[in-house]
Write a protein that binds this ligand. Structure first.
Ligand code: FES
Length: 100
């Protein structure tokens, strides 16, 4: 016998929506969640390029330990899983440093 459970996602009371920018694209998050959570829900996984070979990098630990989710927010480099989202943030992915 299969027991049907209700769709619990519809029962979550979300906080107010806030909009921020990621690489020129408007992304919507919920006040109080991390930038990473909002980006992942928007389907954005590629946050930076590895400095050695340019391989795409994204979230790994989601608790501020690995620095795989490093992005630039309003001019400062910070782990996106440690930054609480707020309206008007300007977030940029980090490309591979230019050879030289
Ligand atoms: S995912 Fe590891 S520091 Fe953010």
């Amino acid at each position: 016998m299969i027991r049907l459970v209700p769709d619990h996602a519809t029962l979550i009371n979300r906080t107010a929506c806030v909009e921020f920018e990621f690489d020129g694209r408007v992304v919507t998050g919920h006040a109080g969640e991390t930038v990473l959570a909002a980006l992942m829900r928007a389907g954005i996984r590629h946050l930076r390029d590895a400095p050695t070979d340019g391989a795409p990098r994204g979230a790994f630990c989601c608790i501020g330990l690995c620095q795989e989710c490093l992005v630039q927010i309003d001019g400062a480099r910070i782990e996106s899983c440690r930054q609480i989202v707020s309206g008007g943030l300007t977030v940029q992915s980090l490309g591979r440093p230019a050879d030289g």
